[in-house]
Design a protein around this ligand. Structure first.
Ligand code: NAP
Length: 455
């Protein structure tokens, strides 16, 4: 009997887990799947990206978690490719490598002052409030205890998430799974005004209506439309005519502009048709210079030379995520993705046998969680087609135990270890009447995985 094909999935976010599910669920080809993640816990952006107050989206993790129970799927957490395992190592142990490690870094604005103290990548702030083990607990202590005016650059769903987390009342977040230090810092936060800055108009924003609407429904914050929310230009009209979401977004903003002032404790200011030109200040961020833009018929923004400044204590750059390369695999530096044809990794125009890609590192950082399911299924379809080739089984050491022996000196978190982390987080949450409190410290996560109760 031929042995199962051995597949290593690198990254346990939604695309990795959906790919594992698609591989494990089919019966045509016998497979054995190892999902390898550098973090001790699975689920990637579902755990460290989806905002803690979006409970229904976060609950996707219950669906993803079921995949880890499948007999032919293993989780190998706390193992980093490039540190604990190299690409040649993976080639020795697996017939196929499926890269699903996402896009975890921030895109740069490319303007002066971007690196000043108080200029913050949204990706870092999101990591902090979701309890990512790489972000120190006090990373934003000074910002949150001193800043009152904050600018957020970008008008996508991450900008909306960050804004909501900054202005929500304690009662609106206390039921979430945020680490306790995050909740405490947000509860004591001095931030009163968040300025969301879009370089184009409301019809060109990438946020979705449900998420946008939430900003107008907050207990302690009101929305104020500051500049150029007009959508009567040709490009905006055309976008509204062809896109229901665009039309709804514009309608939401239009309705907000009619609302009487509420004298709320916190304010969300929307600035459209303003592009950032410079972040400045003596020691840290003191102001941001914006240039008014005009939108052409194709919806592109052009500077008008009309500059203004906004006095702010911090700038959060929320202009999209960026994928990064991995040693030995081709990389497209323009799109920040791994070049591929429907998930088969391409080098010099031809597929590299046995190497695949899915999720954000395949197509770029767009779409909702569910988008990754279709995307992963497409890649897995090609992998299974290729597996029909007699030469597909290439692993020099085809036994599961070979990789285990290789990793003997690494503290690996397996599925039972993850279940112990899960139980520890639920137990910690129960002490404060919550479903869960996220453990943020890597040592604590590893202790919990090995059965040590966290303090
Ligand atoms: P995004 O939707 O791509 O938004 C990026 C924003 O940054 C856009 O408004 C973009 O404007 C702006 N931008 C880019 N470069 C800029 C520059 N140099 N100067 C000024 N503005 C600039 O990215 P995201 O918000 O990071 O979200 C990533 C993905 O995750 C999206 O697909 C999003 O829907 C998804 N997500 C979903 C949820 C949810 O469903 N609840 C939550 C969070 C994230 P232009 O359009 O003009 O380039």
């Amino acid at each position: 009997m031929t042995r199962p094909i051995r597949v290593a999935i690198i990254g346990s976010g939604p695309s990795g887990i959906y790919a594992a599910d698609a591989l494990a669920a089919q019966e045509d080809v016998a497979v054995s799947v190892d999902i390898i993640d550098r973090l001790p816990s699975p689920f990637g952006l579902v755990r460290y990206g989806v905002a803690p107050d979006h409970l229904s989206i976060r609950s996707v993790r219950d669906t993803l978690d079921k995949v880890l129970d499948l007999a032919n799927v293993r989780f190998i957490g706390n193992v980093e490719v490039g540190r604990d395992l190299s690409l040649p190592d993976l080639r020795r142990f697996y017939d196929a490598i499926l890269l699903t490690y996402g896009a975890s870094r921030d895109r740069s604005l490319g303007i002066p002052g971007e690196d000043l103290t108080g200029s913050i990548a949204a990706t870092d702030f999101v990591n902090w409030y979701t309890g990512h083990p790489d972000t120190p607990p006090d990373a934003f202590a000074e910002f949150l205890s001193t800043a009152t005016q904050v600018a957020i650059i970008g008008v996508g769903n991450v900008a909306v998430d960050v804004t909501r987390i900054l202005v929500k009342a304690p009662g609106e977040i206390e039921h979430t799974d945020m680490p306790q230090h995050v909740f405490d810092a947000l509860r004591a936060s001095t931030v009163t005004d968040v300025h969301i800055i879009g370089r184009r108009g409301p019809a060109q924003a990438t946020w979705t209506t449900k998420e946008l609407r939430e900003l107008g429904e907050l207990e302690e914050a009101e929305v104020i439309i500051e500049s150029d929310a007009d959508a009567s230009d040709a490009a905006s009209q055309s976008a509204m005519a062809t896109g229901k979401v665009v039309a709804r977004n514009v309608a939401v903003i239009e309705e907000w502009s009619q609302r009487p002032p509420r004298d709320a404790r916190r304010r969300i200011h929307l600035h459209f048709r303003r592009r950032p030109r410079e972040i400045s200040g003596d020691v840290g961020v003191e102001q941001i210079t914006l240039e008014r833009t005009q939108i052409d018929e194709d919806g592109r923004a052009h500077g008008t030379g009309d500059l203004s400044t906004l006095a702010v204590d911090a700038v959060i750059r929320s202009v999209g995520y960026r994928g990064t390369p991995v040693d030995g695999i081709p990389f497209d530096d323009t799109r920040n993705v791994i070049p591929n044809a429907e998930g088969r990794v391409i080098d010099g125009g031809s597929p590299i046998p046995g190497v695949y890609v899915a999720g954000w590192i395949k197509r770029g950082p767009t779409g909702i969680i569910g988008t990754n399911k279709k995307d992963a299924v497409q890649t897995v379809g090609h992998l299974l087609t290729d597996a029909a080739d007699a030469n597909f089984r290439t692993a020099a050491q085809p036994e599961e135990s070979a990789v285990d022996a290789f990793l003997a000196s690494v503290t690996v978190v397996d599925v039972p270890g993850w279940r112990r982390i899960d139980s520890a987080e639920r137990a910690l949450g129960a002490t404060r009447g919550r479903d869960r409190t996220t453990l943020h410290d890597r040592a604590q996560l590893l202790d919990a995985a090995s059965g040590v109760t966290p303090d």
